[in-house]
Write a protein that binds this ligand. Structure first.
Ligand SMILES: Nc1ncnc2c1ncn2[C@@H]1O[C@H](COP(=O)(O)OP(=O)(O)OP(=O)(O)O)[C@@H](O)[C@H]1O
Length: 542
């Protein structure tokens, strides 16, 4: 017998026994009523049955109400329990105790649609710091949300606070996706001038400072080792000034490096000519191509040295950083519309791509500027190689994407450079390692920069004076005596005792002796050596 059938028959026995018992009791009660009231037996039976039916109906009604009430609770249990459960984390602490919402942030994020109406920002998970320029909020979102949800609604949050989007800055924390660091400025960014950094502040900055952030702190990049940077913005937005500031900071605090400057605007970077291994003021693609060729040859040489060290199981060689700064690079990728011009532009763009890609391992970094950040001005395959992007004011979101990347506006806390106030020169969005920072470049006065330039030059001369005698120092002395900046291989080789007369072989022997790759002269006709290349080589190393 199944368990269910067994249960039914047991119920039947129980109910039959109960009914017999009840009948006996009923007849006993009827007898008592009949004796008490002196009524006839049929009337007593009818009266008793009527009373019993009424009592039964009352009991049934009571039972029905109780069940209905219970059923009412049971009919909506899911919703009620869920509501309680949803509220529980927001309203109750870990130990079940009630926690207060942070009124300002809860309301702001609810209105902006970041968190739900039934969610809160817990007051005990908020730290608000007052700054000279505004307030910094450090808080945790409810478990259902991440910092990305805040990033997508920054304009709405700014609206709730009654400030512009640029007055809000979002930083992400890498330890918790729910942690939000939100900066709210009292005024539009950089509406008051900030004091220029001191030498001490520049040298103690952890990296290379590029400008101030909106709170007045120095901001920049960690290093240019294994990284290149693209700087873009419409004309007269402050790119050249910012780069002058950057070079000044590099000369103060970056240690030794070889600088190549291609001044596409002819006089934008001239201040630093003295500190360069090679300085060119030209907007000609040929000059750009020549520098790219020279640096690619250096890079290839460095790759070979690395390869050799690995092959011999020796430590990887340390290279002196090379920084190639070129202003207005769009000129160098332009073609004149002819098939030949197009072919040349394609060749230059491929060489440029290769050089920037090479910076990862060869210690050669490129910092390139353009005032024409449109799609075709700098080929995509070149643009995509830059790890750091800095976009000053541009006139559309589309242009900003060309500079910062197609997916830039999907990153955490993007800042639209088209919203920057173009009247406040030198401000731009620095995008590095997935993070955006609004900065304003330094506008150092000439006197300060000239001092820095002279000091750096003096240090290099001192180092050269102390360099042990070598074919390099001999070559430099010779060139100085002759008063030339460039010496052809054919003249230098015999002066250093090379008797070989075959061109190729003589060039190889000389290059090996000097440890420097030869270059072409100004007219790109004769191979030989530039004095600055030789000085850079003689003063490199510890
Ligand atoms: N941080 C700054 N603070 C104050 N003024 C600045 C700042 N940066 C740039 N300027 C001023 O803005 C003007 C334009 O600067 P700059 O020449 O650097 O712009 P640019 O973007 O390189 O221009 P273009 O592309 O047209 O050559 C200059 O008068 C410069 O003094």
């Amino acid at each position: 017998m199944s368990k269910k059938k067994q249960q039914v028959s047991e119920d039947l026995y129980g109910q039959t026994a109960g009914a017999i018992g009840a009948l006996v009791v009923v007849f006993a009660i009827l007898g008592a009523i009949k004796d008490k009231l002196g009524l006839s037996m049929p009337v007593t039976v009818l009266l008793t049955v009527g009373v019993m039916v009424l009592i039964g109906w009352g009991a049934w009604k009571l039972r029905y109400r109780i069940l209905a009430a219970l059923a009412g609770t049971a009919g909506k249990p899911a919703a009620t329990t869920t509501a309680l459960k949803q509220e529980a984390p927001a309203a109750a602490g870990a130990g079940g105790d009630q926690v207060a919402p942070h009124p300002e942030l809860t309301e702001a994020l609810r209105t902006a649609g970041v968190i739900g109406r039934d969610e809160i920002i817990r007051a005990d998970e908020v730290t608000v710091t007052s700054l000279a320029t505004g307030k910094r909020y450090d808080f945790l979102l409810p478990k259902t949300k991440t910092v990305k949800d805040v990033g997508h609604k920054l304009a709405n949050i700014a609206g709730w606070f009654g400030v512009s989007r640029l007055q809000l800055q979002l930083e992400r924390s890498f330890d918790n996706e729910r942690r939000v660091l939100l900066l709210r400025l009292d005024q539009a960014p950089f509406s008051t001038a900030l004091p220029l950094p001191t030498r001490h502040e520049i040298t103690t900055f952890a990296g290379v400072p590029l400008g101030h952030d909106v709170t007045g702190r120095l901001a920049g990049v960690e290093t240019f080792d294994k990284a290149s940077m693209l700087v873009a913005g419409m004309s007269q937005t402050g790119k050249t000034t910012l780069i002058n500031g950057l070079i000044t900071c590099l000369l103060i605090g970056y240690g030794e490096f070889d600088m190549y400057l291609l001044d596409g605007k002819i006089c934008g970077l001239i201040t630093f000519e003295k500190n360069c291994v090679r300085y060119e003021a030209s907007d000609k693609p040929d000059v750009f191509e020549d520098i790219v060729d020279e640096l690619t040859a250096t890079g290839m040489g460095r790759y070979r040295q690395k390869q050799e060290a690995l092959r011999n199981r020796e430590p990887s060689p340390k290279f002196k950083p090379v920084i190639f700064i070129a202003d207005e690079v769009a000129n160098f990728f332009a073609d004149d519309g002819t098939p030949k011009g197009k072919e040349k532009a394609g060749r230059i763009s491929e060489k440029a791509r290769k050089l920037v890609a090479m910076s990862l391992e060869s210690g050669i970094s490129c910092i390139w500027l353009t005032q024409r950040p449109d799609k075709d001005a700098i080929p995509t395959n070149v643009r995509s190689q830059f790890q750091y992007r800095l976009c000053l004011y541009v006139d559309s979101e589309g242009t900003a994407k060309v500079v910062l990347g197609d997916t830039y506006f999907e990153t955490v806390g993007p800042i639209n450079p088209a919203l920057l106030n173009p009247k406040i020169k030198g401000q731009g969005v620095l995008f590095s390692h997935g993070e955006s920072t609004l900065i304003r470049g330094f506008d150092f006065d000439n006197e300060f920069m000239w001092n820095v330039v002279d000091e750096a030059h003096g240090r290099q001369q001192q180092k050269l004076a102390q360099a042990p005698a070598s074919p390099l120092t001999q070559a430099i002395d010779l060139m100085r005596r002759q008063g030339v900046d460039f010496i052809p291989t054919a003249d230098l080789a015999p002066a250093l005792g090379i008797t070989e007369t075959r061109h190729g072989e003589r060039g190889k022997q000389l290059s090996k002796m000097l440890g420097v790759t030869s270059s072409k002269d100004e007219k790109s006709v004769v191979r030989g050596y530039w004095i600055n290349d030789l000085i850079a080589a003689a003063t490199s190393g510890p």
